[in-house]
Design a protein around this ligand. Structure first.
Ligand SMILES: Nc1nc2c(c(=O)[nH]1)N[C@H]1C(S)=C(S)[C@@H](COP(=O)(O)O)O[C@H]1N2
Ligand SMILES: [Mo]
Length: 250
């Protein structure tokens, strides 16, 4: 199943289910509250309960002793090596596309934002899984800071690594996953800074999706209204290359 939604269609859906609320909607203050990005995930939760359910979280004693790296274990490009050498001091995460305020965030800035910690199970299509404790910034906070446009339907995650065929790894998610409370930009795994093998300095955790959606080595997040024209047009490296499902919900 693949749902094509933006914030407005979702809110309209939510409003439709709230019959008898017209009077409330006519009130300007209420309207502002309804349409503020800060409150978006709450509304998504009400209108699309299944999509917005929380992924299971585990206890510390259930953490896997080793979180196996998969796919690229080191981007190893000249650009990435230079960033790594400086301890990622010169690395920036760009927020671009359909946003009111494009951002360029340093690791220090991301560290200064509120964090979330979650112990979750990562499931790879190749048939293995691992439980890890992730720490990072809720993606919704960054999207609110960038004043994402109502026209945005997807976020595209651009990575630092090139794959065997020379194409860059990338992924994309819709707004339901973007504003999900467990969707974070993670910079730590098991209480240590993210290792290169697991996506340093920053990776996506999108816990209701299979492993390949969790883009590592993040460089840029672009808000777009269509995925056509990006990469092969199917929304991700493996979607383009091997016909993996774009919607890989678990
Ligand atoms: N940039 C980038 N992100 C990526 C990959 C990759 O090769 N490059 N592999 C994906 C796959 S298939 C999986 S299962 C997970 C593996 O994450 P890990 O290396 O921390 O185990 O990262 C995903 N994100
Ligand atoms: Mo995977």
């Amino acid at each position: 199943m693949s749902l094509v939604l933006n914030r407005r269609t979702l809110l309209l859906g939510a409003a439709a289910t709230l019959s008898g609320c017209d009077r409330l909607a006519r009130n300007e203050q209420a309207r502002e509250l309804l349409f503020s990005a800060e409150n978006f995930h709450k509304w998504a939760q009400r209108s699309l309960m299944a999509r917005d359910a929380m992924a299971r979280e585990f206890r510390p004693d259930q953490i896997s002793p080793f979180f196996r790296p998969n796919g690229t274990a080191n981007p190893n490009t000249p650009e990435y090596r230079a960033l790594w050498r400086s301890g990622f001091a010169d690395w920036r995460l760009k927020l671009s596309g359909l946003v009111g305020r494009p951002l360029s965030l340093s690791l220090a800035q991301l560290h200064s934002l509120p964090h979330r910690e979650q112990i979750t199970r990562h499931d790879c299509v190749e048939g293995w899984s691992a439980i890890g404790k992730w720490r990072g910034v809720p993606l919704s906070l960054v999207l609110d800071a960038a004043r994402m446009s109502d026209k945005a339907r997807y976020l595209v995650f651009k990575c630092a690594d090139l794959m065997g065929d020379g194409r860059p790894y990338y992924e994309s998610i819709d707004m339901v996953d973007a504003f999900h409370p467990q969707t974070i930009l993670a910079f730590a795994l098991n209480d240590e800074p993210l290792r290169v093998a697991n996506g340093a300095p920053l990776r996506l955790r999108v816990e209701r999706q299979l492993g390949y959606k969790h883009a590592k080595y993040l460089m840029e997040i672009e808000a777009v209204d269509t995925l056509s024209g990006i990469g092969g047009g199917k929304g991700g490296y493996w979607e383009d290359r091997a016909n993996y499902d774009w919607y890989a919900g678990i």
